[in-house]
Design a protein around this ligand. Structure first.
Ligand code: BES
Ligand code: MN
Ligand code: ZN
Length: 523
């Protein structure tokens, strides 16, 4: 079940003459010094890019927008009929907040505004965006943000309805972005990149939003493997027999409670030319549904655990974008998949499991299943050889408690955690480094095995940190690694906002791609 796609191209003709269904312009709320003669409309300021539209309205556009209640607040979209003043029948003014002094809006402001505008224009087939783009060194980042925001705000999961809802308005099919020079090769390259990146984010959202009965491990593995083969990636799928024979104790243990057996999908991208010579490994948690197993979860809201494969979805889709973008660095993706179910064959609290790297783990709570499958995949990635290992997972409710729904928690090698934070900041997927303290590791000492899977006294103190502390045991010393806990940020539950739609968000695809590109260039 996949969403329809959105086309995006550049234009440099007069926006007032574009044959589209709606023109989007930017609107600033003005703060600070006001011109006393301006009146109420003086609190609004049209953003650059809107000049020819404003001219067509004979200078009465801000006044009209003010009458319609516009404030220029971020996320606000005010629509007005143009009644023949310009070719498009509709103008939509999207709020950009206060105008930054002497600068264009931040890329994230533009990304959210483009997302909000395209999302709220569902029902219009063709839309043009004339947002304020700087004409200096910041131009590529701004255009990238607008293109990504538009493509992501235009996302909608197709769903499973047998008949469309009567009120349903189709997502925008075609977006034109107004730029100074549509033929500019650099600008065209940004569009091509944004299409690959947003395509990966949209695919991640589709996979996360897919019903859990439709993506049990064998089916999910097949869908990912098929897409990867078409993209030209190397593909290896380990089934339950291969996993058992290979000693993947953690994946086998979690998978054994379900009639749908576990999988480990490995995707390989080999660059044509050397680049930095570094090898990147990506690992993503693919629990296709998390009931908790024998340590069963409360039924309230359990359906949301269909998103417990968001890490694997992000890694799989990132690999597809890598195949399209062709960075000069080797990247391998590992997607361990299992369905965590309670049954007569489930693993149980008290079990001691021999993991892929030989360590013995005492299971204390079958609901801490993510770290069991990830540990094996991370150990395999280290065995295959890598310099950087990025692992991402909907690992702990503790992440949501400590950092909320928008900021991912990052644990691992301090320098790499900082690099993840900085990449996340740059792309608008905030992430924050967290420590791995000795006392948390001490609390996971087991009476019978090398390590307990969680705190041995079931103490939830440092809940998120226990996850990172456990995973550290499965990374070899020479590998720089970062664990990115996306329990909250991977799934959006409230009303849509900016380019975020309800359900899967696609976090942290854009961070992973930024990191891979950075490693390709700088090592
Ligand atoms: N998949 C959950 C974590 C989760 C919680 C993701 C909320 C998204 C939203 C994970 O497998 C889990 O159950 N974690 C337990 C760990 C505990 C048993 C140590 C948790 O967070 O309570
Ligand atoms: Mn769980
Ligand atoms: Zn889980």
């Amino acid at each position: 079940m996949t969403s329809s796609s959105t086309n995006l191209s550049l234009v440099d003709t007069d926006p007032a003459e574009l044959p589209v269904d709606a023109i989007v312009i930017g609107l600033h709320s003005q703060t600070g010094e006001q011109d006393a003669t301006d009146g109420p409309a003086g609190t609004l300021l049209l953003a650059s890019g809107a000049e020819s539209i404003a001219a067509a309205f004979d200078g009465r556009l801000t006044e009209t927008l003010a009458l319609l209640g516009a404030t220029g607040a971020p996320g606000e979209v005010i629509k007005l009929a143009t009644l023949g003043t310009v070719t498009a029948p509709l103008v939509a003014a999207v709020g950009l907040g206060a105008e930054p002094t002497g600068a264009a809006p931040a890329p994230e402001t533009l990304r959210r505004a483009a997302g909000a505008a395209v999302r709220s224009l569902a029902g219009a087939a063709r839309v043009a965006l004339t947002l304020p783009l700087p004409d200096d060194a910041d131009a590529p980042a701004a255009l990238r943000a607008v293109a990504e925001g538009a493509l992501l705000g235009g996302y909608r999961f197709a769903g499973y309805r047998t008949r469309p809802q009567p009120s349903r308005r189709e997502p925008v099919a075609e977006v034109l972005v107004a730029v100074p020079d549509a033929g500019d090769a650099g600008a065209q390259a940004e569009v091509t990149r944004a299409q690959a990146v947003a395509g990966a984010v949209r695919l991640t959202r589709d996979w996360v939003n897919t019903a859990p009965n439709e993506k049990r491990p064998p089916a999910f593995a097949e869908v990912v493997a098929e897409a990867a083969r078409s993209a030209g990636l190397g593909v290896e799928v380990l089934d339950e027999a291969a996993l058992a024979a290979g000693g993947y104790g953690g994946i086998v243990a979690v998978g054994q409670g379900s009639e749908a057996p576990p999988r480990l999908v490995k995707l390989t991208y080999t660059p044509e030319q050397g680049g930095s010579g570094k090898r990147v490994a990506l690992v993503g948690k693919g629990i296709t549904f998390d009931t908790g197993g024998i340590s069963i979860k409360p039924s309230q809201g359990m359906w949301e655990m269909k998103s417990d494969m968001a890490g694997a979805a992000a890694v799989g889709a990132t690999m597809l974008a890598v195949a399209a973008l062709k960075p000069a660095v080797a990247v391998t993706g590992y997607l361990p998949m299992a369905e965590n179910m309670p049954s007569g064959t489930s693993y149980r609290p008290g079990d001691v499991i021999t993991m892929y790297n030989g360590k013995k783990v005492e299971v204390l709570n079958t609901d801490a299943e993510g770290r069991m499958i990830l540990a094996d995949a991370m150990a395999r990635a280290c065995e295959d050889g890598c310099d950087y290992l990025f692992e991402t997972s909907t690992l702990t409710g503790g992440q949501v408690v400590s950092l909320g729904k928008r900021i991912s928690g990052v644990m691992g090698t301090p320098e790499l955690c900082e690099r993840v934070r900085s990449a996340g900041d740059e792309v608008g997927e905030p992430a924050w480094p967290m420590p791995l303290p000795d006392d948390v590791r001490k609390g996971m000492d087991s009476d019978v095995a090398d390590i307990s899977q969680v705190n041995a006294g079931m103490d939830r103190a440092g809940h998120m940190l226990q996850g990172g502390t456990f995973l550290r045991e499965f990374v070899t010393d020479e590998v720089a690694w970062a664990h990115i806990d996306i329990a909250g940020p991977s799934y959006h539950t409230g009303e849509p906002t900016g380019h975020l739609t309800k359900g899967g968000t696609g976090v942290p695809v854009r961070t992973l791609l930024a990191l891979i590109e950075d490693i390709a260039t700088h090592g």
